[in-house]
Design a protein around this ligand. Sequence first.
Ligand code: PEP
Ligand code: MG
Length: 902
Amino acid sequence: MSENKDQKFVYDFTEGNKDLKDLLGGKGANLAEMTNLGLPVPPGFTITTEACKVYLDSGEEPAALRDEVSAHLDALEQRMGKKLGQTDDPLLVSVRSGAKFSMPGMMDTVLNIGLSDKSVEGLAGQAGDERFAWDSYRRLIQMFGKTVLGVDGELFEEALDEAKEAKKVTVDTDLDASDLKKLVKQFKKIVKSETGRDFPQDPREQMDLAIKAVFDSWNGDRAKLYRRQERIPGDLGTAVNVCSMVFGNLGPDSGTGVAFTRDPASGHQGVYGDYLQNAQGEDVVAGIRNTVPLADLESIDKKSYDQLMQIMETLETHYKDLCDIEFTIERGRLWMLQTRVGKRTAGAAFRIATQLVDQGLIDEAEALQRVTGAQLAQLMFPRFDEAAQVEKLGRGIAASPGAAVGKAVFDSYTAVKWSRSGEKVILIRRETNPDDLDGMIAAEGILTSRGGKTSHAAVVARGMGKTCVCGAEELEVDTKRRRMTVNGTVVEEGDVVSIDGSTGKVYLGEVPVVPSPVVEYFEGRMHAGADDADELVQAVHRIMAYADRVRRLRVRANADNAEDALRARRFGAQGIGLCRTEHMFLGERREMVEKLILADTDDEREEALKALLPLQKKDFVELFEAMDGLPVTVRLLDPPLHEFLPDITELSVRVALAEARKDANENDLRLLQAVHRLHEQNPMLGLRGVRLGLVIPGLFTMQVRAIAEAAAERRNAKGDPRAEIMIPLVGTVQELEIVREEAEEVIAEVEARTGVELKLALGTMIELPRAALTAAQIAEAAEFFSFGTNDLTQTVWGFSRDDVEASFFTAYLEKGIFGVSPFETIDKDGVGSLVRNAAAAGRATRPDLKLGVCGEHGGDPESVHFFHEVGLDYVSCSPFRIPVARLEAGRAAAQSSGSDSR
Ligand code: PEP
Ligand code: MG
């Protein structure tokens, strides 16, 4: 990022607005929006993400930044009538990070900038409260020392603990001014001995260093890990907000709190939040002291409470969404410190979207943008069985829904270690902080004994879609001894516990789970219109109906048997996009395939194929019946033949042992020869797919015959079979032409014999780069293309999909080479570009060419948007992903509506 001469790097809060998140970060943009709405926001300014990007790229702040900051600081000082750090009456500021996407607790904040040995006295005089001034100063040195100067935060904590112990008190509010003065001295000593420099007394130097530290915190380990997890791009940079300080720790008529305009867990309107009297800044979010419910503020300070309720209504109507808010009350005066569209649980997202439609605040297209396929997938997870025999341990706050079972662990390190070895764990902490992020990611669920719905654990878990119960106060968590005690019951590390993030209940042992009501609804076992249908199911039903109404992509299933096909249909599938016939050759039929492979003569081969034919036909009859009236794409046999033979090592040992005993079995010997003959170094690039069909005479034609005869039989039974025959792994049109000719002969023969006109479509998978590159030619011989993005990804990247995910993908993800596995989300620039070009080239040859995708990407939300954009006709995915694909197809269409020409 290079610097542009006229670029403006600093914006006053009065200059921005909520749509400038790219430039001002979420916090800065929303502070500006609230300022412009006339809400009480302490004055301040925002340094842009562009300035951060220049700094991250070049290692230096933009040349113009210092002067711009000076000009804005001057203006701020004039407005406030006092100067930063002024000795008799100091202006103090906070310096806070604020990226485009919220990253709770991941980056740095420094409060009380402007305090020094001199101005602390001035603050004491102005506030009429010496204790407050010294407490603010020790907080500054502590925060500044830790985040700006890189001092180990534990050293300050230990000094604080020692001060409390010396005075025989347990909470820091019991330390008086003279204790805090001593502590400040101690803290300054720590800074000096750890960094070799004095704590800076120049307020401007404090501010400049803090700004730089916020820029640097963008690349801190915690922030990087969080971004990877949340798929936030690494090059956005953070903005920095410099805001005049207001104080919630000036006595009982002051305080600080967090509020939601609706319940982020249920979506219901009401008074939700936490308030902490006589506290500053991050105390609430960090869950350090126990808060009171926001509703209690009404009796503590009715005027501020009423004003807050009114502001909440203004914000919700203005943003047309659930907002979360941070506020401070300074001696009875309310200040808004932050607002943003709040994170919510998956269930609440669906409920809120439909509630807002009913309130007339948003339309259906907008409602679709308020939910995601990932949230829908979360709602399809099972829940605890309410009828089960359970041993309840306690109850906390239902902070993030889901049913999680795992072994109790009491620190992040163990959570990560155990989960790496395949154990499911529940991370149990008194409270979490950003250093627990690894453990939270590794755990099935998170349980804390302190903190409310807005504590770090709750906010982060909700963001990750992870089950969380917090503030379960009956639990006495002893992290040192790795155990917790609940009403006399001791739970040791490794004991199994179950936590319910929807009710807040905590159980000992493993509680069985039952299907989610959303799945019951998709299965047709619960009806959205029924009197007792739950509110969530009704909301899901309505949103799915919006999505189905607007989507252009059709959604099919990858299914190989009638049972899966029927479930897929119930879930809304509009056909089968991929029936993998190799799944029909497993179990007892494997021996028949063995016979085919071992056949020495044409007769033997014919006989083997003849035995397989009726079984294949029966499979297809069942499948066509289940999908009657809808297309069923049957793919001819794809995998290398040796997959149907015994393992080479096992068989070699068996034969060797038998030979040693002199009773070698003739069949085993032949098998072993065949296994050796067919053995390949790289079977995925070997004799498979169409290549197999071309070298094993009669194999593909047997399958085509089975399909044709099954279709004829269904037609005769007054059914409506819509079979499509798909050839795998084609690299050149010649392969397809040969198979096509043979197939057409067989179909014509079945038609003639049965007197049924079959109209079977014949097409190909596009799953090799060469097929994509020669799509124009291949379309001459294909009535449809189905992009096999699994194979296409592995062949474009040169990755073996069976090997690489387990071997080096973790390293690649850690190094940021890709943010997510290309086998999960389509690599738009590489694989995606081949898909886009092949689709266009195919359609140029054959305008009515049907286009679909049947790789795993067909059920991945981000990829579905891409397939919509390149104009495919359908996506095909596993039955369970169908609702997600339907929803995302609807969201994609609603997003691009108007500009969509296909
Ligand atoms: C593909 O390659 O994308 C595909 C669907 O085929 P398979 O996964 O069976 O190789
Ligand atoms: Mg494939």
